[in-house]
Design a protein around this ligand. Structure first.
Ligand SMILES: Cc1ncc(COP(=O)(O)O)c(C=O)c1O
Length: 362
């Protein structure tokens, strides 16, 4: 079976995690600190705060920035549900904006329209752009709109570690960036996430909130705010430390494989490829099936030993959100979008097998 993804975990990664397990010091400690320092340096920010998942990162970002009940946050209609769930978990309301089918990111023109026409009773407080599948959202337009309308920017960069626009890492354009280390991301700690920011007081608030709101004051431990247990364990951090050293090599390999897919299949009449954006790190390559039954295509690939799978959700169309119409881009992408095998260790022959599968359907 050619898998959708296989994490790049090597002997040295496992050894470091085993060292932690043998030490008996399992919870957040020295390795989390080391991982945070390396991440901050890599992304080019003052502070990195490791947490238990990308979802926890998003939730903490909103909460630490004071967003909650009575507030609204602009989010793309097409993403993993965690983007909107985090907004709801904070007490705020997600306001969905449709995406562009070119790159699956929030449509900046529509975003402006939604901001200008917004009439909800909650106060618009922030834009949470998603760099879908590692493709940079239009940060120039988003930051301009945020400035004009006095909105915060919280980047959902879950899929975009290592992506840079004009030399600047994604996750550093707004108040803070949120990353995920789920196994489908370019580096993984099993579950895990990190927040990046240059704001020292925000970082302090994030650290407080991730660990029950507890702090030592004059030698006495006090609970300063109602917090969460969103800590990363030391053995998870240990697993990530060496992977981070290899990330640029890993991203370069993905790019070569993506080029191979484009060269061999971009002219395929059944398939629509996304427009390639500068800085894309290709956490996934999602294609659209022009017409026909996607589940038939997925099953047929599976029978040939190839794993292809659904991309992301039209979040407002899910049962939990219940808005069935008004997002043609997102619903089309959910209906017809699928991701193909892509990971640093995938051999070119793996791509060729996927190519052959689609060529043989003609
Ligand atoms: C765009 C996006 N946001 C948020 C998340 C949530 O991250 P996690 O699974 O680490 O909670 C994901 C994860 O897959 C994601 O793709």
């Amino acid at each position: 079976m050619i898998a959708l993804t296989i994490p790049d975990i090597r002997k040295e990664d496992i050894q470091l995690a085993v060292d932690v397990l043998k030490s008996g010091m399992l919870v957040q400690g020295e390795y989390v600190q080391r991982f945070e320092a390396s991440l901050a340096e890599y992304v080019g920010v003052e502070h990195a705060v490791a947490v238990s998942s990308g979802t926890a990162a998003l939730h903490l970002a909103l909460t630490a920035l004071g967003i909650g009940t009575g507030d609204a946050v602009l989010v793309p209609a097409f993403s993993f549900v965690a983007t909107a769930n985090a907004v709801r978990l904070s007490g705020a309301v997600p306001v969905f904006v449709d995406i562009s089918q070119d790159d699956y990111n929030i449509d900046a023109g529509l975003l402006e329209k939604v901001i200008l026409e917004y009439q909800g009773s909650e106060a618009l407080r922030a834009i949470m752009p998603v760099h879908e599948f590692g493709c940079p959202a239009n940060m120039n337009a988003i930051c301009r709109l945020a400035k004009e309308h006095d909105l915060l920017v919280i980047e959902d960069a879950a899929c975009a570690l290592g992506a840079r626009v004009m030399g600047q890492h994604l996750g550093t354009f707004g108040a803070c960036g949120c990353f995920s280390f789920h196994p489908r991301k370019s580096i993984t700690t099993g579950e895990g996430g990190v927040l990046t920011t240059n704001d020292a007081s925000l970082a302090a608030q994030l650290r407080l909130l991730r660990s029950h709101g507890l702090s030592r004051v004059n030698g006495h431990i006090d609970c300063l705010v109602t917090g969460y247990n969103y800590r990363m364990t030391d053995f998870q951090a240990a697993l990530g430390i060496n992977q981070l050293l290899r990330i640029d090599e890993n991203l370069a390999k993905r790019k070569v494989l993506v080029n191979r897919y484009y060269e061999a299949l971009a002219d395929h009449p059944e398939l629509i490829f996304p427009t390639r954006r500068r800085g894309h790190v290709w956490q996934s390559l999602m294609l659209l099936l022009q017409s026909g039954d996607l589940s038939e295509c997925i099953q047929s690939a599976f029978r040939k030993g190839i794993q292809i799978g659904p991309g992301a959700q039209c979040i407002p169309c899910t049962t939990a959100y219940g808005v069935k119409q008004g997002f043609p881009g997102a619903s089309q992408c959910e209906k017809q979008g699928f991701v193909v095998p892509l990971y640093a260790g995938l051999e070119p022959e793996g791509v060729d097998a996927v190519v052959a599968f689609f060529r043989n359907r003609l």
